[in-house]
Design a protein around this ligand. Structure first.
Ligand code: FES
Ligand code: FES
Length: 133
């Protein structure tokens, strides 16, 4: 399997690895698994007072592509509103990292993790989806 340079870069220098403490405010946590391979990804967002994601962290127990996808996802969600972050598509992640077809599901995991984190945040805070910003 040949990995693209970007995958190797995110794999060797993953951005935003870790997590936020339970006591911190504005946290949403997404925990998802890939049925195809059993890999697991945890992605957390920290939402600021202005409704934008000010920070994001991840922990991924999975392949290089899953780690790269989650690393990239945490970079991409920062500074975005929840609606903007929710619209990030796995195809964009896969394209950016030049993932081969058998690794597409790794990027799906990242999209699912972002959405799960946003859902968790919205459930915890009782904030509904906004139609438009
Ligand atoms: Fe990291 Fe493009 S490879 S942002
Ligand atoms: Fe399953 Fe990458 S092989 S997440």
């Amino acid at each position: 399997m040949m990995y693209s340079e970007k995958v190797v870069d995110h794999y060797e220098n993953p951005r935003n690895v870790g997590g936020f403490g339970k006591e911190e405010a504005g946290i949403g946590t997404g925990l998802v698994g890939a049925p195809a391979c059993g890999d697991v990804m945890k992605l957390q967002i920290k939402v600021g007072a202005d409704g934008r994601i000010e920070d994001a962290k991840f922990k991924t127990f999975g392949c290089g592509s899953a780690i790269a996808s989650s690393s990239l996802a945490t970079e991409w969600v920062k500074g975005k509103t929840l609606d903007e972050a929710a619209s990030i598509k796995n195809t964009e992640i896969a394209q950016h990292l030049a993932l081969p077809p058998v690794k597409i599901h790794c990027s799906v995991l990242a999209e699912d993790a972002i959405k799960a984190a946003i859902k968790d945040y919205r459930e915890k805070t009782g904030t509904a989806e906004k139609a438009a910003e």
